[in-house]
Design a protein around this ligand. Structure first.
Ligand SMILES: Nc1nc2c(ncn2[C@@H]2O[C@H](COP(=O)(O)OP(=O)(O)OP(=O)(O)O)[C@@H](O)[C@H]2O)c(=O)[nH]1
Length: 384
């Protein structure tokens, strides 16, 4: 099998990233090994605008081809700070149903059983799930009773506090993106097809580049040939290399192995591994993902397994989610397409069902439309 490692070398780096980091062809950090003989000449040729192809024998018998297309300039990803605040308008559908709808109902002077029924229906419509809806109803009834007359400001405060408690402000939503024990952090990304895995990996790579991390992508979604190409394109826009196979239907575990090996050899901070979601049955899925994880862990532990879920599928996504969580130890959820749904309550439902935090949310198709999930900013966006 031939594995292609596509590395985009910029001619002009407009961002503040260190020039050498984007090429991964020489000493990038203080602790990096000395460059291989010829590396300087290779970089020089690339800087002059030429393509470079390096063939080398991999100890596992896999032929590795390294191509270095010259790129005029790299994109500069947006800083991550305050992204959810910037993207809050994208939650407008959820905001109208969950936030504004509830605020209006709870602000009524008299809240009789009919109004409570409407409140319950609103929560269920927003896909909060029955458990969370029951809990929130209990809390709201108790607080409204104690409160007596309510100003709109007070209603907003109460609802804000209760929604925040439901979303779980204390869950650890950090991503493992630092090297540990001299190894890169490997992040495995799983989920059914079409939920936005490849797009999410591309966006996460940009987030990491904005944080000045060295990143490498592994295209272990070998089911759809275009997926690997799509991933490599995302990477090349920000100078991140992709390890992929040039063969349709290649063994995904083998690509994952090569990607992590390249990540270890090149001393990157993070290796993000894309996987295919099109698997006919659970046994097949278990076998394939299990194998991918095993071969990766011959070289470095999988520090994160992110499950990507499409928010627009609502409660239907939950059964898929459960299957994946039985196969791999999910450490976080990425909820995509929250910009296209009124069902913002799905954040709470997913977390409750799977017992793991939503770490990232997708709020559009743009390259920087992915935000770290911040419970307070999320609740504020729903209510304001
Ligand atoms: N509106 C919106 N669209 C999104 C978001 N995330 C991904 N998409 C779109 O969803 C579609 C599918 O995304 P992919 O990344 O190809 O999905 P995938 O899970 O990798 O699919 P396969 O490779 O077929 O398994 C694309 O058109 C994306 O642009 C999001 O947060 N909001």
């Amino acid at each position: 099998m031939v594995v292609v490692l596509a590395i985009a070398i910029p001619l002009f780096v407009s961002s503040s990233r260190k020039r050498s980091k984007t090429s991964y062809d020489g000493p990038r950090d203080a602790n990096d090994p000395a460059p291989a003989p010829g590396a300087a000449a290779q970089t020089e040729r690339a800087e002059q605008g030429g393509d470079v192809a390096v063939l080398e024998a991999d100890p596992s018998g896999v032929e590795v081809v390294e191509t270095v297309p010259a790129e005029p300039s790299l994109e500069r990803p947006e800083p991550v700070q305050g992204r959810l605040a910037r993207l809050r308008a994208r939650l407008s559908k959820s905001n109208n149903v969950l936030g504004k709808g509830l605020l209006a109902l709870l602000s009524r002077e008299r809240i009789d059983e009919d109004v409570w029924d409407e409140i319950e229906e609103t929560l269920l419509t927003a896909d909060l799930g029955t458990d969370a809806t029951d809990d929130l109803m209990l809390q709201l009834r108790a607080r409204v009773k104690v409160e007596g007359s309510r100003t709109p400001e007070r209603v907003r405060e109460i609802l804000g506090e209760e929604l925040l408690a439901l979303v779980g402000p204390d869950m650890d939503r950090s991503l493992a993106t630092d090297r540990e024990d001299g190894k890169p952090s490997v992040i495995l990304v799983v989920g059914v097809n079409g939920v936005g895995k490849t797009t999410t990996i591309g966006k996460v790579a940009r987030v990491l580049v904005a944080e000045d991390k060295d990143v490498l992508l592994g295209a272990a979604d070998t089911f759809r040939a275009a997926a690997a190409e799509q991933l490599a394109t995302w990477g090349s826009r920000v100078g991140v290399p992709t390890v992929k196979s040039d063969q349709d239907g290649a063994d995904p575990a083998s690509v994952a192995f090569d990607a992590v090996k390249a990540g270890v050899d090149q001393e990157v901070d993070v290796v993000l591994v894309d996987t295919a979601g099109r698997l006919q049955n659970k046994t097949n899925l278990m076998d394939e993902l299990g194998k991918i994880k095993r071969v990766i862990e011959k070289q470095a532990p999988v520090r994160e397994a992110l499950l990507v879920l499409d928010a627009t599928t609502g409660q239907n996504g939950l059964s898929q989610a459960k299957v994946f969580s039985e196969v791999v130890n999910i450490t976080g959820i990425v909820l995509t397409k929250l910009d296209g749904t009124a069902k913002g309550g799905i954040v709470v439902a997913m977390q409750r069902q799977l017992g793991v935090p939503v770490k990232l949310i997708g709020l559009g198709e743009g390259p920087d439309d992915l935000a770290p999930f911040d419970p307070q900013a999320f609740v504020d966006a729903l209510l304001d």
